[in-house]
Design a protein. Structure first.
Length: 277
C-alpha cells in the first residue's frame, strides 16, 4: 500500500495536505442539499458535512473515513474513493487529485453514453426535455448512462454531473438510500430485475454485462437481491417516492413515464410526473 501522508516517503513536500483538501471539500457542501439527511446535532454551527455524515453517505465506518482524512495509510479501494468523489461533488480535476494523493494512480474513466444515444440527442431533443418542466426529465442510453436532462432533473438529483450512470448510483451509492424512499423494495429490486432483463435481451452488449458485474460487486445487499433472479421489463407507470434537496425528510411522489425515440429505440426518455401536488 502506498504511503500518501505528507512528510512520508521521497516525494516533494507540498503545502496543502490531504487532510486540508478533504476538510475543505466536505465543508463546502450544504447539508440541506443532501436529500433525506437528518442532522443528529442540530446545534452544530459548522458549515458543510461532518466526518460522520461523509462516512454514512459513502458506506464506511466513521473510523475508516477519519483515518483517510487524517492521512493514515490503509487499503482504500477505488470504489470507495469514487463514492467519496460523488458525495463531495468533486470536479474531474478534484477527483483526479483525490486518486493521485490516496492511491498514486489516475482514477478510472467515467461512463460515457453509447454512440446511438448520443446521435439521438440534439438541440430539439434538449428543447423537448426542457418542455417537460416543471417535471424532471432525462434521456439515457441502453446501459442507463445519462445523455441529457433538464434543469429540474439536476435540481432534484445534484449528483448527476459526478456519476453518469443511474443504476450505479441507485445500487452502489449509499446516498441513494437517503433520497429514495423504501430503497430496497421500490428501487433496488426493480432496478436489479431490469438490468437482468436487458442483459438477457442483449447478451452481447459488453457495457450491460459490465454494469451487471459492477453493481453486484459493489454491494453485498445487491448481490443478495441478484440471487433472487427477479425480472422486471421496465418502470413505465410505476409510482415511487423521493426526498428532495432542501426539503429534509419530506417525501415527494411521482409516476414514471417512459418513452423511446424511434431513431434510437434502445434509449429511454423518462419524465418523473409529480402527483402529490
Amino acid at each position: 500500500m502506498r504511503r500518501f501522508a505528507e512528510g512520508v516517503g521521497d516525494g516533494p513536500e507540498v503545502g496543502e495536505t490531504l487532510t486540508d483538501l478533504l476538510r475543505g471539500w466536505r465543508e463546502r457542501i450544504d447539508p440541506r442539499s443532501v436529500p433525506g439527511l437528518v442532522r443528529s446535532d442540530r446545534r452544530r454551527p459548522n458549515p458543510g458535512l461532518s466526518q460522520k455524515e461523509i462516512a454514512k453517505l459513502t458506506g464506511v465506518t466513521d473510523r475508516w473515513y477519519r483515518n483517510l482524512e487524517a492521512g493514515r495509510p490503509a487499503d482504500y479501494s477505488a470504489g470507495f474513493l469514487d463514492r467519496l468523489a460523488v458525495t463531495l461533488r468533486l470536479s474531474a480535476s478534484e477527483r483526479r487529485m483525490l486518486f493521485l494523493r490516496v492511491l498514486g494512480r489516475e482514477p478510472p474513466l467515467r461512463e460515457t453514453a453509447d454512440s446511438a444515444a448520443v446521435k439521438a440527442f440534439d438541440a430539439p431533443m434538449q428543447r423537448f426535455l426542457d418542455h417537460q418542466l416543471p417535471h424532471p426529465a432525462y434521456l439515457s442510453d441502453i446501459s442507463w448512462n445519462f445523455v441529457g436532462y433538464n434543469q429540474r432533473m439536476l435540481e432534484w438529483f445534484p449528483w448527476i454531473p459526478y456519476q453518469n450512470n443511474l443504476m450505479k448510483w441507485i445500487l452502489i451509492h449509499p446516498e441513494a438510500r437517503q433520497q429514495l424512499v423504501n430503497w430496497r423494495d421500490d428501487w433496488a429490486r426493480p432496478s436489479i430485475a431490469q438490468i437482468r432483463f436487458v442483459c438477457g435481451r442483449y447478451p452481447d452488449n459488453r457495457a450491460l454485462q459490465e454494469l451487471a458485474r459492477d453493481v453486484v460487486a459493489g454491494s453485498p445487499e445487491v448481490r443478495e437481491l441478484w440471487e433472487r433472479h427477479e425480472v422486471h421489463t421496465h418502470s413505465d407507470g410505476d409510482v415511487r417516492k423521493f426526498r428532495l434537496p432542501y426539503h429534509g425528510a419530506e417525501e415527494t411522489t411521482v409516476k414514471i413515464i417512459m418513452l423511446a425515440p424511434l431513431r434510437s429505440s434502445e434509449s429511454r426518455f423518462v419524465v418523473l410526473m409529480r402527483i402529490d401536488d
